[in-house]
Design a protein around this ligand. Structure first.
Ligand SMILES: [Zn+2]
Length: 371
């Protein structure tokens, strides 16, 4: 899995009722535990080689850090800009309304190790834990008024967060996590930027007042911040995940992450976990053949938008877009993205598990064929 998995109905209900004061913390904790166990049991049944807890305990894949690290303040989007809701509508962008904004100097704290410790008893397989990457968090959480006193520039904040993230990566490694994935959808979205920013950076500029630096500068900053997290870390696999939302009217339709070459290859990551099933995403073969030795691709072979379960043969065909360009040992299969990056995103759990099963069946076919 990339990371997140849809939450069971009972957990979503308990979360809503807890916010209204109608469900106790103990009851909510019991639902969180049940959801974690059920998700991991489902992953085991689907035959996954690497387990995640499905981010069942997170409100959203990024804003949960605001609840974990001291220094953030949760604010409504209209407090950031009174026209926040109109800005989203005008740009056709969906964001959660409650935003974690940095308002004081950050302090080191556990971000995800606690979640892992609650999850690992349900499986003996290797675990993956996801963390929001610094370039993403810099764009998501630095506000020109609310953050300026603590961090005069967004870059100061981004690097401060990167340093804390590195400590958490080391804690996760010491706790026994096999694979840490840094989520960087904000960098993925840069595939739609050029002289002008893409719509996400446009929206964040309007909401937060952070300015677009230009394509190459943004790319270099993202890579440098990733390396600030990863430098000197060994003994744990580090992956970076990016999204890709091709837009038919865009000049970048049919181009993918190869737009980030060669700067992207400066990232000291061991795996790129990438979205590739949508039309117009670009050719993964072009990208992977440039990868340095040993760098792996986590290839998106399962669509997380539609509810049609792929056949194993369809998945095999998607994987075979790269088998001629990189050694089979360096190809991992995964869905395009998380099934539910925010806790209220609905995606039927049974459909998602069926998709995962198709993926593991495809992996079996491919292993036999390329052994
Ligand atoms: Zn994603």
């Amino acid at each position: 899995m990339v990371g997140s998995f849809s939450r069971p109905h009972d957990l979503i209900e308990a979360t809503k009722r807890h916010a209204e004061g109608k469900v106790s913390q103990e009851e909510l904790d019991a639902q969180l535990e049940k959801a974690t166990e059920a998700t991991i049991r489902g992953e085991e049944a689907a035959g996954l080689d690497v387990i995640t807890d499905g981010e069942q305990r997170r409100s959203s894949f990024v804003s949960f850090v605001g609840d974990k690290i001291p220094g953030f303040k949760v604010m409504h989007i209209t407090e950031l800009n009174p026209e926040g809701l109109e800005i989203l509508k005008r740009n056709k962008v969906q964001l959660t309304y409650m935003r974690a904004v940095v308002s004081e100097e950050l302090k080191d704290a556990v971000i995800a190790r606690d979640e892992y410790e609650k999850a690992r008893k349900y499986s003996r397989k290797p675990f993956k834990v996801t963390l929001p990457a610094p370039y993403l968090v810099m764009w998501e959480s630095w506000h020109k008024t609310h953050s300026k006193e603590a961090y005069p520039d967004p870059e100061d904040f981004g690097y401060a967060y990167a340093k804390l993230l590195r400590k958490e990566v080391l804690r996760l490694k010491d706790a026994g996590v096999s694979f840490v994935q840094l989520d960087e959808p904000m960098l993925g979205d840069l595939t739609e930027a050029g002289d002008k920013p893409d719509r996400y950076r446009r929206v964040f500029y309007e909401l937060y007042g952070q300015e677009y630096r230009g394509f190459k500068e943004e790319l270099k900053l993202a890579v440098d911040m990733l390396n600030e997290v990863i430098k000197g870390v060994s003994g744990v696999k580090i992956g970076v995940h990016m999204d890709r939302w091709p837009n038919k009217d865009s000049p970048y339709f049919d181009l993918g992450y190869e737009r980030f070459l060669p700067e992207l290859l400066e990232t000291k990551t061991s795996q790129w976990v990438l979205e590739y099933t949508s039309q117009g995403t670009g050719d993964p073969a072009k990208l992977v053949k440039e990868f340095p030795d040993k760098v792996e691709i986590g290839l998106g072979v399962i669509n997380v938008q539609n509810y049609e379960v792929e056949t194993p043969e369809q998945v095999v065909a998607r994987a075979e877009r790269v088998t001629g360009s990189i050694e089979p040992e360096r190809i991992w299969l995964n869905p395009d993205c998380g099934f539910a990056p925010g806790m209220f995103r609905t995606f039927p759990r049974d459909v998602a598990f069926a998709k995962l099963k198709s993926m593991t069946e495809a992996a079996e076919i491919l292993r036999k064929k390329y052994a």
